[in-house]
Ligand binder design. Structure first.
Ligand SMILES: O=P(O)(O)OC[C@H]1O[C@H](O)[C@H](O)[C@@H](O)[C@@H]1O
Length: 288
């Protein structure tokens, strides 16, 4: 169902067939902006974070939800714009069923002015039984020469307080520390947050587990196709410098991003495609 969403922008609203979850996708950037799960006796619980100061004024990217980074993640590519342009563009709604939808973005003169390639992106979201959500991104080379890209689903998860959150599953991996500008190895049992964290893990396993001790909540992050994972919270000083986040709201989220980043770019020959998939499951502490 299409309806006006946050900021008055057009959105697609999905409802799971078993009534266990709803999801909202803004057409702007094909940004998934809500994933809300309803437990047997509980009220609906929102699992994604959208900044209270988010600016819903295209082409500005929405600060929160799950912006799509393409054709580059961060500065890993030829574009000047961090994270590329897909999150700044109006996507076309392709198909909407009750519990799933797909949106597409095809290259045009505006995208080719920034990146001289022909492509079709398809972003699909489906609500599965028991509140789970599946999201996929397919990249098709529609031109007659090869191109390479890096990408990510830049998901902002809502947490009670970042100091009570942790990410499990990354021990022993190498990561590029964007804050320090150097490579490091993670030897901790879990990533915890006591300051800025901006880590691009190389070759991350699946699933990863986001734990929120404050809510007793767990989100399992299953990925396919995306080789890497990024964990980010800007902490106070950086957040204060971001007008659409500000000094107060940074404690309320952790980004766990499935990515094709530091492992290397994907190269697609003409007619070839690549697909990355993400499946999110809400769990309760002690049950996973
Ligand atoms: O402010 P944005 O362009 O949305 O980027 C937000 C963040 O995205 C990723 O997580 C990067 O690793 C960070 O370095 C960056 O600060």
């Amino acid at each position: 169902m299409m309806q006006a969403g946050a900021g008055g922008l057009p959105t697609v609203v999905l409802r799971a067939a078993d009534g266990s979850a709803t999801a909202t996708v803004h057409q702007h950037g094909a940004t998934l902006t809500s994933w809300a799960v309803s437990g047997a006796e509980k009220e609906e619980e929102e699992l994604l974070f959208v900044s209270p100061l988010a600016v819903f004024a295209p082409p500005k990217a929405i600060r929160g939800g799950a912006p799509i980074c393409f054709p580059q993640f961060g500065s890993l590519g030829p574009l000047k714009a961090q994270h590329g342009f897909a999150r700044n563009m109006e996507w076309a709604v392709d198909e909407v069923a009750g519990d799933s939808c797909s949106l597409v973005l095809c290259s045009d003169a505006a995208t080719r002015a920034e990146w001289p390639h022909h492509f079709k992106l398809t972003m699909q979201v489906s609500l599965l039984p028991n509140g789970a959500l599946q999201q996929s991104l397919r990249v098709l080379n529609t031109g007659d020469s090869p191109f390479e890209f890096t990408t990510a689903l830049h998901t902002y998860f809502r947490v009670s307080d970042v100091s009570k959150a942790s990410v499990v599953g990354l021990k022993g991996l190498s990561y590029f520390d964007n804050a320090a500008g150097s490579l490091a190895t993670d030897d901790a049992d879990a990533v915890t947050f006591t300051g800025e964290v901006d880590r691009a893990y190389i070759g991350a396993p699946s699933p990863l587990k986001l734990v929120d001790l404050g809510r007793g909540a767990v989100v399992m992050v299953h990925k396919e196709g995306f080789q890497d994972a990024v964990v980010w919270n800007p902490w106070e000083a950086k957040a204060a410098g971001m007008a659409d986040l500000g000094p107060e709201h940074w404690r309320g989220f952790v980004c766990v991003e499935v990515a094709q980043a530091r492992s290397g770019a994907v190269t697609l020959a003409p007619g070839q495609d690549w697909e990355g998939r993400l499946r999110l499951e809400r769990d309760t502490l002690g049950e996973s």
